[in-house]
Ligand binder design. Sequence first.
Ligand SMILES: Cc1cc2nc3c(=O)[nH]c(=O)nc-3n(C[C@H](O)[C@H](O)[C@H](O)COP(=O)(O)O)c2cc1C
Length: 173
Amino acid sequence: MEDHLEFLKSRRSIRRFKEEKPPLELILKAIDVARYAPSAKNSQPWRFIIIDDPEVKTKLAEIHLWARPLKNAPLGVVVACHIDESPTSYMLDCANATLYFLLALHALGLGATWIQSLRNVEELKELLGLPNHVVPVAIIAIGYPDENPPPRPRKPLEEIVFYNKYGVKSKNK
Ligand SMILES: Cc1cc2nc3c(=O)[nH]c(=O)nc-3n(C[C@H](O)[C@H](O)[C@H](O)COP(=O)(O)O)c2cc1C
């Protein structure tokens, strides 16, 4: 069990990738796992667009400064979300699927980084041919890791855990 917890803690955003392109079967395997993420009313509003056309990938890498990891990633996947299938919770549902996808990629020995898409929704809709009711919730840069970054700092439990009421840090109060 501890091994599972350590596995969860060992995921990192990977922004440098080897040139070798991961086989499509591995990406599909990770998407298969992402389907098991929880969603409101089991609505599963997610769709996955695999980006292996270098021209499309380059355009995605240029949508903003922080999209640059896509430039040297051999593959990308856009997680898109069908609003009508989960009108209240589509963003949460698709964030869940994205995280499952990231963890599955990690389990398969692949590296990935979540690239922000929400400030460029219209541009991405145009680029990817998304209909109006489909929102690009995340872009994932994917490849074999070519770096081994240390963990980013995390807030301590004392800062983020409360008991019964917001701000109460001691169980005995
Ligand atoms: C909603 C969201 C948007 C993010 N956008 C970017 C991004 O545009 N570019 C990038 O390099 N990393 C991006 N990240 C990755 C975060 O920077 C990273 O998860 C965070 O620094 C913690 O590091 P870790 O993933 O290695 O634990 C994003 C993560 C999330 C969840």
